[in-house]
Design a protein around this ligand. Structure first.
Ligand code: HEC
Length: 128
């Protein structure tokens, strides 16, 4: 056990641990256009496109990648690689006050869809 710990520490010091972990991580790449956009189109776009109540109220227009990443009038809702700092995730996971959870006034989106968006943000929220 001691031996293992020692090697673990060594790997970490060399900065290799993150690399090893990435190599072992078999999670498939999440695509914005194939995976994320369809979820937003289904659950969010009716209110979050030009002229929609969500866009009018917050400035968040999710009809294209650029608008999604730009966020609201107050700033970005998605921070690439940062699932804790991405407020969009906070809202759809219901971690915020219910009065502002999204989709607004509706049932939350399926856990599986939330996980897809979470992984996509984790993987850098790319326009892929
Ligand atoms: C029925 C309409 C409606 C739907 C559907 C909807 N929204 Fe909203 N959204 C709003 C309104 C209205 C606001 C602004 C007022 C508010 O924050 O309550 C808003 C604001 C937001 C904000 C900004 C919050 C803030 O604090 O400024 C985010 C992020 C957001 N929505 C994400 C989403 C996501 C993601 C979905 C889909 C899962 C979604 N919304 C679906 C109506 C909607």
């Amino acid at each position: 056990m001691k031996m293992i710990n020692k090697n673990f520490g060594k790997l970490f010091m060399l900065g290799l641990l993150p690399l090893v972990m990435t190599a072992c991580n078999s999670e498939p790449t999440v695509s914005y256009s194939q995976d994320v956009k369809p979820i937003l189109d289904k659950n969010c776009i009716e209110c979050h496109q030009a002229g929609g109540p969500g866009t009018v109220a917050s400035g968040l227009d999710m009809s294209a990648y650029e608008g999604l990443m730009k966020g609201t009038n107050f700033g970005p809702m998605i921070i690439a690689g940062d699932t804790e700092g991405s407020n969009l995730l906070v809202l759809i996971e219901g971690r915020a006050d219910p009065s502002i959870s999204m989709p607004h006034g509706q049932k939350s989106i399926p856990k599986q869809d939330i996980d897809t968006i979470r992984s996509w943000i984790e993987q850098g929220a790319k326009n892929n």
